[in-house]
Write a protein that binds this ligand. Structure first.
Ligand SMILES: C[S@@+](CC[C@H](N)C(=O)[O-])C[C@H]1O[C@@H](n2cnc3c(N)ncnc32)[C@H](O)[C@@H]1O
Length: 236
């Protein structure tokens, strides 16, 4: 596959709302938080900036989109420019967030923590949150033990070092220092819910990326009873 990854596919296709449940689920979750125009919000791993733009439009919050992938970041930046939104786009990693401690009222991770050094990134989210600040995370989980072969297949596809059960996430959040850890009730397969993805294609992209799209579809179907996601909210 010439070293191309699932993230190259997401970036070159410019997939917006690249998390289970899509923007509808995001809107739903955000509506039960107390976000105002005075809130400082970090969308960590903002992708093409769909959620960040929504936070700015809907709540007039002070929004910062952090992204490690330059193609994603460029697409997020041009979205904010086009919509004339005062959202800052910042290049950097959730594992080393380029902000002072106690900066944000909210940190969002919509399908980002699952793909990085989770403990390190959670420590960083905790550090940059103000006291009583909130972390909202929508992350991949597994529901059953996998055979070695199955586990390797999924880990290789997503280039992740571990696949976590709900309880593992809970423990990691606790270890990072978070309290009031809550799990949103609905649990669905990874494939459920995002029926209206948004695309912002790059002018040139490798045809092999269609293979990755295909492979992703196959994984989501093959492991529909194993791969799912959880929404955690918690407080510093
Ligand atoms: C599954 S996508 C989700 C994007 C966006 N949150 C959304 O819901 O549309 C994961 C995103 O995390 C970004 N990412 C991966 N590793 C990262 C890191 N260490 N720091 C910041 N962003 C990262 C990827 O480039 C990608 O845009």
């Amino acid at each position: 596959m010439g070293g191309l990854t699932y993230f190259d596919f997401l970036a070159k296709f410019g997939v917006g709302g690249a998390h289970p449940g899509g923007i509808q689920l995001t809107q739903n979750i955000l509506s039960s938080e107390d976000i105002t125009e005075n809130s400082y919000v970090l969308d960590a791993g903002c992708g093409t900036g769909q959620t960040a733009a929504y936070l700015s439009q809907q709540y007039k919050a002070k929004v910062f989109g952090l992204e490690i992938n330059p193609i994603m970041l460029e697409k997020a930046y041009s979205r904010f420019q086009t919509l004339q939104l005062p959202v800052q786009s910042i290049h950097g990693s959730i594992e080393e967030i380029p902000f002072e401690e106690h900066t944000f009222d909210y940190v969002l991770s919509e399908s980002v923590l699952a793909f990085v050094d989770k403990a390190k990134a959670l420590k960083e989210c905790y550090r940059v949150l103000k006291k009583d600040g909130r972390l909202i995370a929508n992350e991949m989980t597994i529901n059953k033990r996998l055979s070695q072969k199955e586990e390797t297949e999924i880990k290789n596809f997503y280039a992740v070092d571990s696949l976590l059960f709900e309880g593992d996430w809970y423990q990691l959040l606790q270890e990072a220092g978070f309290r009031n850890i809550e799990l949103k009730a609905q649990i669905h397969a990874l494939s459920h819910g995002n029926h209206a993805p948004e695309f912002n294609f790059s002018k040139n992209f490798e045809p092999e990326l269609f293979q990755i799209l295909n492979e992703h579809g196959n994984i989501v179907i093959k492991y529909h009873d194993i791969l799912s996601y959880r929404i955690f909210t918690c407080t510093k």
